[in-house]
Design a protein around this ligand. Structure first.
Ligand code: SAM
Length: 286
């Protein structure tokens, strides 16, 4: 079987197939075997695990996933990569290849059909141009998956994992942490890819929580507060919340809510914990 992490093998496939990397589809293929191992180990994939992979490309990670998992379903948007993928991975009978946009396909139905019982994980070297939409799409759709182990832009990973009060802490940290517990697995330099991206990357594992870490009466309301607080980062909490069209209270009422929650109205969004956001939201949204 071909070693798809080898630059030499990738170059041979490019020459034989005439495949051209698409920048707009975020095609930076992995060539570092140790990173592939870390993804498989980090995701704790074993012979009882069903895996959903997003963006298999030529199948470099897919190959490792198929060796370790019970079954793998990979979803690739680029139809020109499909025949290459099929040929590269023809040895595996535990693989299903789907040619679709991951944001448009019905992941619930795929999991129900392919992995009726047993644990399901998601693993991917994600295309950077839609990292956040893909992660939020998966988290918000309450898929029955145990974890997402994904390679993403380092800067985005640091924002997701940022503790409150730090400069990287923002709406993304609060949103992801509501659904999942983040863990940095490893950092990866641009030299681990072909073609090399301009930015550094990080493998992050997001383990889905059984229930959110804070009790929220109205989830949409909670996220409206978070969005408003971080939408105008330089403003005080009072000004940021009262300037938001999505919050149905005037400045005076918001001031009273903050006082009731014991939160200084001059604080900024980045200093608030998930619990404090929940306390505010629970006062405003039923
Ligand atoms: N997994 C391969 C690897 O590690 O070498 C390729 C990773 S590359 C960073 C991202 C892959 O995602 C590309 O193959 C790209 O065509 C695919 N992709 C981009 N947008 C996608 C989408 N909306 N749905 C599914 N796949 C997508």
């Amino acid at each position: 079987m071909k070693n798809l992490a080898s630059v030499k093998v990738i170059k041979e496939i490019l020459a034989e197939s005439g495949f051209k990397f698409s920048k707009s589809l975020g095609q930076n293929f992995l060539t570092d075997e140790s990173v592939l191992e870390k993804i498989v180990l980090g995701a704790e994939i074993d012979s009882d695990t069903g895996v959903i992979e997003i963006g298999p490309g030529f199948g470099t990670l897919t190959q490792r996933l198929c060796m370790a998992a019970k079954g793998v379903v990979c979803i690739e948007i680029d139809k020109t990569a499909i025949p290459i993928l099929e040929s590269n991975l023809s040895d595996f009978d535990n693989l299903t290849i789907i040619n679709d946009d991951v944001l448009k396909c019905d992941l619930h139905a795929i999991i129900n059909e392919q992995f009726k019982d047993g644990r399901v994980c998601l693993a991917a070297n994600l295309p950077y141009y839609i990292t956040t939409p893909i992660i939020m799409h998966v988290l918000e759709s309450a898929l029955p998956v145990e974890s997402l182990t994904v390679m993403i832009q380092k800067e985005v990973a640091m924002r997701i994992a940022a503790p409150e009060g730090t400069k990287d802490y923002g709406a993304l940290s609060v949103a992801v942490n509501f659904y999942a517990e983040p863990q940095i697995i490893t950092h990866v330099p641009p030299s681990a890819f072909i073609p090399q991206p301009k930015v550094s990357s990080t493998v992050i594992k997001l383990t889905l929580r059984d229930k959110p870490p804070v009790e929220v009466k109205n989830e949409k309301g909670y996220f409206k507060i978070v969005k408003a607080a971080f939408g105008q980062r330089r403003k005080t909490l009072l000004n940021a919340l009262s300037n938001s069209a999505e919050i149905p209270l005037g400045k005076e009422e918001i001031s009273k809510v903050l006082a009731k929650c014991g939160i200084d109205e001059k604080r900024r969004g980045e200093t608030l914990s998930l619990q404090e956001f929940a306390n505010i939201a629970n006062e405003i949204f039923e």
